[in-house]
Design a protein around this ligand. Sequence first.
Ligand code: AMP
Ligand code: ZN
Length: 469
Amino acid sequence: MELKFYNTISGEKENFLPENKNNVKIYSCGPTVYNFNHIGNFRYYVFCDVLRRSLKLLGYTPDHSMNITDIEDKIIRDSLAENKSVEEFTQKWTQIFFEDLETLGIEKIEHYPKATESIPDMIDIIDKLEKRNMIYEKDGSVYYSISKFSGYGKLSKIDTTGMVSGTRYDTDEYEKEDLRDFVLWKAPKLEKEKFWETKYGNGRPGWHLECSAMIRKIYKSGIDIHTGGVDLLFPHHENEIAQSEGAYPEDKFVKTWLHCEHLLVEGEKMSKSKGNYYTLRDLLEKGYDKKSIRYLLLSYHYRTKLNFSLSRLEESKKAISKIQNTVDRVMEARSHENIQQKEPENFAKSAFEEFKNGISDDLNIAKSLGTVFDFLKTVNSGLDSGSLSAADLEDVAIYFKKINSVLAILDFEKKPETLVDEEIENLMAERAKARQDKNFKRSDEIRDLLLSRGILIEDTKTGVKWKRN
Ligand code: AMP
Ligand code: ZN
């Protein structure tokens, strides 16, 4: 089975052929740290995680980076408003971002470079572009002259005919219709704005430059995979290509471009500026659990738009329970909890191959999940009829552990047995007697035993009551 990705730049599904399978160089555009990320952003970060975990399951070793944009217009605006230094302000939001990643079961990756720690690398790129006569200065800022780069538009397929050279943009984000020279180095505009002293004058980097610089800094030359949300295709990624290939024309910059589609709310992109968003913490506070959120975000193919709704979160919860119930039954039927670190070889071998086939087809996780639900039926009927041998059970456990290395939603601990009502009533009576006799050691033991089986005891005006947790 060949791993295939839809490469945005070629517009085709291609076999994935990295330079070195044991060192797959991946760069993912990361967050601007000035506020909470919304779950639209997290759809993208979960996609990056599924990409990385799938590559590992398929036998590749990723060397993965995600940048932290810690200097930018909104950061300057909001840190000044709060009277904080850029460092203090961004530190807080960076930490919150990492906490949210952990909540969603997103793996730590190899590199998290920060823009503010890569200024010399950005200046290096400007130097190279200057030598090739591709930049100019205006009012203390430095601009990239896009007419000097013949490949401009090859990623976004923007039509460059009729392009007027010499008109400029200072802002980092703009629309396709606004095809203009973009800023590499920005002169300060506000009085207290943070700036660096460089040979191009006092200023700070444009957003596009940092990604080109970090890729060069970490990987020395080009990379195998570059990811981002579809909204980054233009101008951000187009400008990255112009900078990196303009500065280093001898190197191939990026082999495969992967773009994740948007999370929508009632047909519109979820975004901070529209105000139609939930943060991860909003949903957790409403009582939705983190696994359901992760599952919803990963279960739709990354190149399809995903319409978010709270009812879809409920459906995700049910889907997880369905898989988890079978995992629990399998774990219960085995005599131990250890699961070997290998691939399924017997009973679950073909189901595992089908799972891998799905993700190998341009990360078609929806297809993989379909095969999981089919396999659940086989396993459940084997458990019902008692026809699964000990070796079959081992293989199924290995299968679940393996698919969970991508899904990260399952739990493999044996659940403690629950008690029937009569047993609980008997223990409650014994506890009441123990308390009457002032045998608090025994009454505490009973309370702990009940708690360990998910039974809560409450002292109410009408006596002691119990309920299932
Ligand atoms: P930002 O911090 O705005 O640069 O966004 C971080 C990442 O989230 C980028 O890769 C965006 O493309 C992505 N993104 C933003 N909004 C959405 C959305 N509604 N759905 C999916 N991805 C998004
Ligand atoms: Zn970027």
